[in-house]
Design a protein around this ligand. Structure first.
Ligand code: PNS
Length: 170
């Protein structure tokens, strides 16, 4: 087992679409680690369904949102297919960072972390507690509210709000 200092981490997710909760986690991760790559999963989401936004749209929305929200411009955003551990290994990243909201996240995230640790024992899983302000915010909640014509402008970056309005109208 390595004891090398970790300087590069990935923040993975489906980001369908990116929310202010995700942006908060990415911002805080960049305070902890000098190099951060946001890894956007191509595949279906955790419930096995397809995504609402294409991979290209999800990557573009995050890149725009990072600028819009004033995050450091050295944060990279990359799509990936296949196993997260393989993607992280290919980048030479030493850890995976995820946000944790309620206990309901914990069981799912622990299972993912255990699996990733089994597949790649040197890859560290790190969790940051979500900002209470965004504890109830999720991409699926945002999609649901927006699809019913309600306002999500306090839950997502402005560029994402504009895309949701294009998609669902008001
Ligand atoms: O935003 P999400 O849905 O919590 O992100 C989940 C994600 C994309 C991080 C996870 O599904 C993932 O790592 N997918 C890549 C495939 C993989 O490595 N699977 C092994 C763990 S199940």
């Amino acid at each position: 087992m390595t004891s090398d200092l970790i300087t590069h981490v990935v923040v993975p997710g489906t980001f369908d679409p990116v929310t202010l909760g995700h942006i908060d986690v990415i911002r805080r991760t960049r305070r902890l680690f000098p190099r951060v790559t946001v890894a956007v999963a191509a595949s279906a989401n955790k419930h096995g369904r397809g995504t609402t936004f294409s991979l290209e749209e999800r990557v573009d929305m995050i890149r725009e949102a990072l600028v819009c929200e004033g995050l450091p411009d050295d944060i990279e955003v990359e799509p990936f297919t296949g196993l997260l551990v393989e993607f992280a290994k290919g980048l030479g990243a030493g850890g995976v960072v995820k946000g944790l909201r309620a206990m309901t996240d914990f069981e799912y995230e622990l299972q993912q972390a255990d699996l990733n640790s089994h597949l790649s024992p040197d890859l560290e899983s790190v969790f940051v507690m979500s900002n209470p302000q965004y504890g109830y915010v999720s991409s699926s909640i945002v999609r649901e509210i927006a699809s019913m014509g309600s306002d999500v402008s306090t839950l997502v970056p402005a560029n994402v709000n504009a895309r949701l309005l294009e998609r669902y109208g008001r």
